[in-house]
Write a protein that binds this ligand. Sequence first.
Ligand SMILES: Nc1ncnc2c1ncn2[C@@H]1O[C@H](COP(=O)(O)OP(=O)(O)OP(=O)(O)O)[C@@H](O)[C@H]1O
Ligand SMILES: [Mg+2]
Length: 353
Amino acid sequence: MSKAVREIKLACRNVWKVYGRRPAYYFDSRGYIIEPDVLAERLRAEAHLPAVVDATFEVATGEIFVIMGLSGSGKSTLVRCLSRLVEPSAGEILLDGRDLSKVSGKELIELRRHAMGMVFQNFGLLPHLTILGNVAFPLKIQGKPVKEREARAREMIALVGLEGRETSFPHQLSGGQQQRVGIARSLAVGPELWFLDEPFSALDPLIRRQMQDEFLRLQRMLQKTIVFITHDMAEAFRLADRLAIMRAGKIVQIGRPADIVLNPADDYVAQFTEDMPLLRVIKAGDLAAPANGATMPDESVAAGASLEDLIPRLASGIGAFTVPGEGASPPRLLGAGSVLAVLEREQKRRTRL
Ligand SMILES: Nc1ncnc2c1ncn2[C@@H]1O[C@H](COP(=O)(O)OP(=O)(O)OP(=O)(O)O)[C@@H](O)[C@H]1O
Ligand SMILES: [Mg+2]
């Protein structure tokens, strides 16, 4: 994440989702005072399923916040709680500071139609509508005139690179193309908040990478606030500004990719992230230190460059780099020593495997 201070677009505070016979029994109106792990244990012992356990996080405007975890860890339930497609058992969801549990059903539908975009794993296209019809569909629901909605739909179709396929039907497109249609459709209403639940997991690896690139390209243009769900570690690390790791309903760690690989919260996270190449995940900006009046080296490197990209320059004998500050922040220093320390750490991980 680059910008220093950003507004909070979406906040999730102590959110629980419990499935079972009488989840409400465990949460009174004053909120729970019991320790979350203890309550989750008790729920399990009493034939309830705590699908989301005390989730608290904030997503800044323009941020890509990735939620990852194994199958069944509660990711989809959590993202559905964020739009109240699933009603949380306890906790608060704040959109632009506004408590979503207090908005009426009608208002909520309006918010979902205008302020939120959603993309799901199984594409969810309407088979009897053309690509144009599918992408224009949410605008039809909004009651927009035909001309306006078709113009907007064509624009979105071009945005995802499907110009010329407007009159095709979904079954005539490949999986990757169908998912592009899903993306175009979710963007048609111009949502500020974009929820994507494993949008690329049905795609084969090569197409998947292309879609990730495409997604990052779109995000650079559109600057949405994004909650992106995946169980693919490489995808999570590639896309995330910050990520949350879930295990059995609970968020066990939240951090930037570099924080997570450098300081895993527990053995679970450490094991989970073991295969992520440190030199690729960690960026120059993650290691750079304040200059404290030192003379700045002539060689410079962007904060977003991976350590991997620096290796050839270090090998050619360069001992330190200037990392230019973003906005008004001052430039910082990156010494060869800190890069080598990461290299050593990676070496140790590899020999342990
Ligand atoms: N409507 C429901 N009723 C009862 N249990 C449910 C319901 N929906 C989800 N669950 C349970 O909640 C837990 C979390 O499910 P969820 O779909 O959120 O997992 P997930 O992390 O999205 O998994 P995946 O990666 O497979 O999509 C699972 O144990 C699931 O069986
Ligand atoms: Mg899921």
